[in-house]
Design a protein around this ligand. Structure first.
Ligand SMILES: Nc1nc2c(c(=O)[nH]1)N[C@H]1C(S)=C(S)[C@@H](COP(=O)(O)O)O[C@H]1N2
Ligand SMILES: [Mo]
Length: 508
């Protein structure tokens, strides 16, 4: 019987790659948690991918963008593995060279990742060795040195090694990854955490929430709150080990523990967070009640020096944001180090245990999650994560208004239709929202009672809808009398602008 050797060689490649990754995951679990080659490679791709591609990925895959990235990486690894197997059969040792090159790539990314430890090299190196040994052993079964081509293939030996190696790789790899995801234990720590009661609570005025089906709630439940970050896996930070360092242009470098921070006293704040990637009418905006400590109180302990104009906040995963120093020290702006969101400790994906929240600035220049360091510096001297990637170093949130209901794809019945949505102009407040049907006169909508100037308001308008298709447009005016910018702008470099206009269908 003629054994087809190339398909077997392809299998040999895939099994070797699985052994490589599994051995690396095991070593990562034992010696260097952050140095999982696949995740480091994924993180590296996130950092180098051009912004338009990143936006496309978010648009196409939505919240699944990271899953899609991992799936894509998996396909790339599989293709490389098949190639390595076939190459090793035909032109040894070129298959080994492919594995070595893959190892060199993951080595380079793991040792240069933020938070890399002294043993960050180990998973890649052990992975390459294990994968290489299995590849050589398998391919040898396909070409015994003494035999003529197509003959003397040790099929049984091949299948035995392939099965054992493949199965162990699956068990060890998946098991290690699962154990490495200490997420579970940090979840337990978070659930057991009891924060001190805040000294003050936000007063919610009567009429702060309108009752219209389909309208966003005044406060966005944590589970529905948008999530945007560059973290491929959610960072897991134990509050007992968390430290906040304040350094740079300061009179004294300080270091706070979580308890130190809590001891400064918590207050409650209502702030609407907005992402610079939010398109007009988009959902990357949410409103929450936060509990935290003013950043200005923490900075004051370190005494920022004359000449500084920026604070670079750094996350445990290396993300950075540049915030004007004045936005953090101004008594009128409630910039906080937040520990709670809507009455519970920050969810892991929203920055547990501590994040920044600064009213009036887009998240990428202010809302650092898993924050561990505040460096007092200057815009001239330092730049943050998104600055060299095409976004402005400074980015106040642009006033905007959004139509929540009726929605474009959902027809409504003729008659009285409640048109409603939200509008925000953080640090200033909204004074008016107007709606225009089919480009007719602007009609003033009813506003909810504002909680404060940092939160969105809800608006609604009763519309006598006739059968057919209609345009609904919305625009807001802030408390200083400025009209929302009509001119359309893309999200880069400092946020989208324009009035939302949607097409709705009314059934007769
Ligand atoms: N560590 C870290 N913090 C981060 C980011 C990030 O990528 N990493 N993204 C920022 C951006 S762009 C936004 S809009 C907000 C989003 O916060 P949320 O995910 O809690 O809604 O977090 C900010 N903080
Ligand atoms: Mo953002």
């Amino acid at each position: 019987m003629r054994t087809r050797r190339y398909p077997l060689a392809a299998i040999a490649g895939v099994v070797s790659a699985a052994v490589f990754l599994a051995a690396a995951e095991l070593v990562a679990l034992l010696a260097a948690k952050e140095a999982s080659p696949l995740l480091a490679l994924g993180g590296f791709v996130i950092d180098i991918v051009p912004q338009p591609v990143k936006e496309l990925a978010i648009a196409v895959f939505g919240a699944m963008d990271k899953v899609a990235l991992l799936a894509g990486l998996g396909v790339a690894v599989a293709v490389a593995a098949v190639l390595a197997g076939m190459l090793q059969l035909r032109f040894p040792p070129s298959g080994l060279i492919v594995i070595g090159a893959a190892g060199a790539a993951t080595l380079a990314t793991t040792v240069t990742r933020p938070g890399a430890t002294a043993l960050a090299w180990a998973p890649s190196v052990v992975g390459v060795v294990a994968g290489g040994v299995v590849l050589v052993a398998l391919i040898r079964r396909l070409r015994p040195p003494s035999s003529a081509p197509e003959e003397g293939v040790d099929r049984r030996g091949f299948l035995l090694i392939a099965t054992i190696a493949g199965a162990s790789a699956l068990v060890v790899g998946l098991g290690s990854r699962a154990l490495n995801g200490v997420t579970t234990s940090i979840t337990a720590i978070r659930e057991a955490l009891r924060l001190p009661s805040p000294r003050s609570r936000v007063t919610i005025p009567d009429g702060a929430e309108l009752d219209v089906p389909g309208l966003s709630p005044l406060f966005t439940p944590n589970a529905d709150f948008y999530r945007v970050d560059t973290a491929l896996t959610v960072p897991t930070v134990d509050p007992a080990e968390w430290r906040l360092i304040v350094d740079g242009m300061v009179g004294e470098r300080i270091e706070l523990t979580f308890d130190d921070l809590l001891a400064m006293g918590l207050d409650e704040y209502a702030v609407t967070l907005t992402c610079v990637s939010n398109e007009v009418g988009g959902g990357l905006v949410g409103n929450a009640l936060w509990q935290g400590v003013p950043v200005r109180d923490v900075l004051a302990l370190a005494r920022p020096q004359e000449g500084a104009d920026m604070v670079l906040s750094t996350s445990v995963d290396g993300f950075t944001a540049s915030t004007p120093l004045t936005s953090l020290t101004d008594d009128a702006i409630d910039a906080i180090l937040a520990v709670a969101m809507n009455g519970e400790p920050l969810p892991l994906e929203h920055g547990f245990p501590v994040r920044m929240v600064v009213p009036g600035l887009y998240g990428y220049v202010s809302a650092t999650k898993w924050v561990t360091e505040l460096t007092v510096t200057t815009f001239a001297q330092d730049e943050a994560y998104w600055t060299p990637r095409g976004y402005s170093a400074k980015a106040p949130i642009k006033m905007s208004s959004r139509i929540d209901t009726p929605r474009s794809g959902t027809p409504v019945d003729a008659g009285t239709v409640a048109v409603a949505g939200v509008a925000w102009a953080q640090t200033v407040g909204i004074s008016r929202v107007e709606v225009s049907i089919d480009d007719g006169d602007w009609q003033e909508a009813e506003l909810s009672a504002p909680v404060n100037e940092d939160t969105w308001v809800q608006w609604k308008l009763a519309w006598e809808a006739e059968a057919g298709t209609h345009y609904i447009a919305v625009r807001a005016t802030d408390a200083d009398g400025n009209l929302q910018i009509q001119e359309r702008a893309p999200i880069a470099p400092d946020g989208a602008s324009g009035w939302q206009r949607t097409l709705v269908t009314v059934r007769g």
